[in-house]
Design a binder for this molecule. Structure first.
Ligand SMILES: [Fe+2]
Ligand SMILES: [Fe+2]
Length: 341
């Protein structure tokens, strides 16, 4: 990439400020109204200049010019706009596998938005078609992680703290996959990761049946409220059965994520050995993501506080996993895997 060499020599941090818009990225944007401001590297003066305002209409000739710039590698956007362009790129998730210039934060945001949207589609209509869409995007995520398991760290660095069911599901999956990567020290079968990712993201699928007003209650739950919420496990299992989704890892995540090692959980008060690894893993990731997100009745704890709280709760959670969670939020996956190697 010739310009890149020139630009790098002119300004070392150009790539930190701007992301090159490849023809594939450009195609993900609406043709007539690019969602972000466009910039062009002018080789004559070796400078990046604004070419077009965000959301402004792009005339036909300018569209052709923009396509040409993208082809020659001189078209850019501001990385600071990542929340905006991630929204568009998430519709074309495969780009994450082919484009090499994304920062970890951009990748995490693109995956988060794509999977949250897919999950929302599935929650609204829990049938086979939306499930296939979700599974397709999950397979891209697994492919991305498979290339280098340490990449899972990128995902956990950008969890969303505002609470909604689909977002919580994605957060839980990111954290659960990171914990799993640490447990198995980066060595796993691709098919296992696909099943686990699906189980983690679907763990609360029965929650869509719980009335919104109960979940949003700022005051303490009544016994009847608690019954409604606890019923999300049975509702989830019914949905899995209707979808004929009988993968054991998915079942274990859905049925056991509220069970606790000391038998204090629900719905079956399963204890110790009876509680499977995916059930423990999903339970811890779920609890962590719930504590670390903003709810109607309380503020979010920061990640370190949340992990510490669960570590102290050694009776209820798997102590090995709780320790790994603390390592994950303080040191990260890569350092742990490097030490373990
Ligand atoms: Fe749950
Ligand atoms: Fe949950």
């Amino acid at each position: 990439m010739q310009w890149g060499m020139n630009a790098q020599s002119q300004s070392g941090d150009l790539a930190e400020v701007y992301l090159q818009i490849s023809p594939n990225i450009l195609e993900s944007f609406p043709k007539f109204r690019p969602p972000v401001a466009l910039y062009r590297f002018d080789p004559a003066v070796a400078q990046v200049k604004k070419y077009h305002d965000a959301e402004a209409r792009l005339a036909k000739e300018r569209q052709e010019e923009v396509a040409e710039f993208a082809n020659e590698g001189t078209l850019f956007l501001l990385r600071d706009d990542y929340r905006v362009y991630a929204q568009h790129l998430s519709k074309n998730l495969g780009l994450v596998l082919t484009e090499e210039d994304f920062t970890p934060q951009e990748v995490a945001e693109i995956f988060f938005i794509a999977l949250r949207d897919r999950m929302n589609e599935f929650l609204e209509q829990p049938t086979e078609e939306p499930l296939r869409g979700l599974a397709k995007d999950l397979s891209i995520l697994v492919e991305y992680l498979w290339i280098d398991p340490v990449r899972v760290e990128r995902l956990t660095s950008s969890l969303h703290t505002e609470y909604d069911l689909a977002g919580h599901s994605v957060n839980t999956m990111f954290v659960g996959l990171a914990l799993f990567t640490m447990v198995v020290r980066g060595k796993y079968e691709r098919a296992t990761l696909v099943s686990l990712a699906l189980g983690l993201i679907l763990h609360d699928l029965g929650m869509a049946n719980v009335p919104r007003f109960i979940l949003d209650k700022p005051q303490k739950f009544l016994r009847s409220d608690r019954d409604s919420v606890e019923n999300h496990i049975d509702a989830g299992v019914s949905k899995l059965n209707r979808l004929k989704l009988r993968d054991p890892l998915v079942m274990q995540c859905v049925t056991q994520h509220h069970e606790r090692v000391d038998g204090s959980g629900y719905p079956n008060r399963i204890m110790r050995e009876g509680l499977t690894m995916p059930g423990r893993l999903c339970g811890l990731a779920d609890a962590f993501c719930a504590i670390a997100s903003i709810r109607p009745h309380r503020e979010a704890k920061d990640f370190k506080q949340a992990a510490l709280l669960l570590l102290k709760d050694g009776e209820r959670f798997d102590p090995t996993l709780a320790k790994l969670l603390a390592v994950l939020v303080t040191k990260g996956v890569s350092e742990y895997l490097n030490q373990a190697a």
